[in-house]
Design a binder for this molecule. Structure first.
Ligand code: 5GP
Ligand code: MG
Ligand code: MG
Length: 178
């Protein structure tokens, strides 16, 4: 599997350190707010599981599925949302946990969706930020790492459903997806 990876961009140690920092920062900011952390599946699953264990405050968790990619390495710009939207969002502090913000289409869609549901506040924590291809004016409130304009996999992120189990974030060789 490692032979499909051109370069490790963020290794296990660096991820662990940054996730701990984010957990502390977010916990401080959400003290006494009992936020709902929303895991945007599948990409943020690994990050989410690590992040919530670095948050020693009362929180609730929910899971949603958002897809925009299909099995290609280009965003279709069309967001498909599935999962439990029955959670009571009204008056709550929502923290959306994302794997990566690329064009920003997914994030814009989710933000609008939760604001329309009457949340008191909607913020976003994204493991990765890839600002080069942004189409929407959105920015995550908490960002793990800013990365260059490369297609990355690992630590939850996939290509055609593979590589999510890699413990690091790596640049996928172009010949794999081109
Ligand atoms: P956006 O809507 O911001 O363009 O893209 C959001 C989604 O596109 C992410 O949640 C992720 O599923 C996918 N995506 C964007 N860039 C990458 C990337 O470099 N690697 C992987 N694996 N997925 C990406
Ligand atoms: Mg995502
Ligand atoms: Mg994907």
């Amino acid at each position: 599997m490692i032979s499909d990876i051109q370069e490790i961009l963020v290794d296990e140690k660096a991820i662990e350190k940054r996730v701990s920092e984010l957990g502390s920062q977010i916990s401080g900011d959400y003290q006494g707010k009992n936020p709902i952390l929303v895991c945007v599946l599948k990409g943020s699953s690994v990050f989410f599981a690590d992040l919530i264990r670095k948050m020693p405050i009362p929180i609730e968790i929910e899971f949603l599925k958002a897809s925009s990619y299909g099995s290609r390495a280009q965003s279709s710009g069309k967001i498909e949302l599935r999962g439990d939207l029955s959670m009571e969002v009204k008056g709550r502090h929502i923290l959306l946990v994302e794997d990566i913000v690329d064009t920003g289409n997914t994030l814009k869609y989710l933000l609008e969706r939760f604001e329309n549901l009457g949340a008191e506040e909607v913020k976003v924590c994204s493991l990765l930020d890839k600002p080069h291809r942004r189409e929407q004016r959105v920015i995550a409130d908490y960002i793990g790492f800013k990365i260059p304009n490369e297609f990355v996999v690992g630590y939850g992120l996939d290509f055609a459903q593979k590589y999510r189990n890699l413990p690091y974030i790596g640049i996928l060789k172009k010949e794999i997806y081109e």
